[in-house]
Design a protein around this ligand. Sequence first.
Ligand code: NAI
Length: 709
Amino acid sequence: MRRRDKEGPVDDFTDYQKQGGVAVITFRNPPVNALGIDLRKGVAEYIDKAAADGDVTALVLTGDGRCFCGGADIREFGSPAIEPMIRDVIDRIESSSKPVVAAVHGVAFGGGFELALGCHFRVAAPSAQFALPEVKLGLIPGAGGTQRLPRLIGAEKALGIVLTGDPVGAEDALAMGIVDEVAGGDLVAAAVAFAEARVADASPLKRARDLEAPKPPDGFFDGQRQKIERRARGLIAPWYCIDSVENAVKLPFDEAMNKERQYFVECRESDQSKAQRHIFFAERQAAKIPGIAKEPAPRPIETAAVIGCGTMGGGLAMNFANAGIPVTVVETDPQALEKGLAVIAKTYADSVSKGRLTDADRETRMGLIEGTTDYADIAGADIVIEAVFEEMDVKKEVFAVLDRTCKPGAILATNTSTLDIDDIAAATGRPEQVIGTHFFSPAHIMRLMENVRGRKTAPETIATVMTLAKTIGKVGVLVGNADGFVGNRMYHCYTRQANFLLEEGALPQQVDRALFDFGFAMGPFAVGDVAGLDVGWAIRQRRAATRDPNERYSPIADRICELGRFGQKTGAGWYRYEEGSRAPVPDPAIEDIIVGVSGELGIERRDITDDEIRERCLYALVNEGAKILEQGLAIRSGDIDVIWVYGYGFPIHRGGPMFHADRVGVKVVHEALSRLYDIHGELLKPSTLLEEMARDGLAFEDLHKEKTK
Ligand code: NAI
């Protein structure tokens, strides 16, 4: 139980011990010592206590448990600020006339790092990691990080840390001048000894605020702005990170601090930071499966196998090897195997030449990947992921073999993007161990793992696969088994509207630009050209027999495929591509096809606005998401958002389609869809859930709250 003394600080959040003349103040707010109000109060009061105690000559600040401090408690963001704020605590530390030493182990992130920067010295354990990850949540550091760090280590290095949000390890931090000493063994003892030595030699206190930030070369900041132009399109925070660090070399400390605060508050209140924070929490929430909370325990995955070493199989094998898990890939014949393994080897070699991977790591990872054409070699694997051709008969055949070959208890997963998991599971005698693990291309890079639960999939299988996602650095989201699952089913509705818009008067480049302007990295037609148009064509051909003849269907994509234009790989698709270039060039031949189809269908082409494009494509997406929730195929609207951000390049600063709908207003979305339904018919008919939500004034967020109650 947390207890607050009537007079003293919050003892359960902070601890105060004297070791000789050194006061050791320990943060105690598990799991990461977040700087919530109770901890802040405790630290501030103990700093005062140490100041007032004539026997105390120096202070050490340290964290209990696994780390120094993970930063601000972002759950407090929505509530009114309560003093002392983090920056007040830091001021108090920095102004201390007695030396204050931060003893950092584990992470010192965000406000935790800023607090350490307010100390006069820093001693780090070899495990220490320093980062200012605010930019990843659409924020800038708001407690002096953009001011003290440049003054301590120079603007160039500081901006690197502020702009990437990535952690710096203890040795690098020492080399940069962030820490004064790296100490193995008992960290607090080392920090106390360090503090005593500073008292003994009467070292001047290093107050970052009083240092002058070394000036970077002329043009440095503008160069950085140019560098992030593409990556930071539509975002506020990265630009403010640069402005604020620039202020550190241009303005007096207090003035620059006030500006940092102003930028921080603007970011914090922005929809985009709210969106990024939503995704941060939704990602963590997605790991929690009602009914499979803690039990059953996931099975350990120590060895893996992948069937098929094509586009996806190769990437899947790399995921395991990157996580240190030995993996065997199975191909049909030695030539296909050799080809697949060569692609993996080349991908790793490219990473080495780009400086992203050391040669030693490349060797280790390649050493973890074996190839075979004999299923007997994978009999002992803990999990097998099948990534062969997208054909039910082929998949069933493979699963029948896996069932015969693999050890009891092995998980048999499929990377199918559309096929029925229950049908595949029926080819085995152990459907409870069969599950969909839908990865995205390129599989070693894209972070989403859409895990599909079949009717008979056991909780243990689900728990194992969700845990595996974390182990291999993916974001796992559990969905139900329906055609296209969640992501592709919604994607289909989105691209379908994009195609109709072509028939009605738009061109691919206009549709793509409107959605690019919304924040997507690429519009749907450019994406199609990258992914390969033949994939969707094959799926459409397969579905042709069962398609409702009364449902609107656009033949344009088929016409393009009939010309052998499959996208970038054939040098032409929705666009044409110059030899050796990936830049899409609008093609008059495509315009002819589109205009021709409009004529055949008797559609009079009209001017289409960018707003209509966004409305049609995005609201179709939201509407399908609502149907998916209605049918219980996704657990929460946040799960859908995570799927779209990590699997489909939905701009993270818009928070995913469902969060976006909440921002626009469910009522507004519903009204727009009702209007579009009147004009365009059934495919844009508002879903029942959306209708009810609009009537009751609910947002998707509210549904989620109700569900978690
Ligand atoms: P691919 O055609 O590049 O690779 C398939 C590989 O499987 C080929 O190398 C083939 O030789 C091998 N293969 C076929 N039958 C086999 C068998 N019986 N035993 C062993 N190996 C066999 O196909 P891709 O693109 O890698 O797709 C694989 C699966 O992943 C499909 O189910 C697809 O729908 C799914 N998927 C594909 C995505 C993509 O963007 N390419 C994205 C997400 C899922």
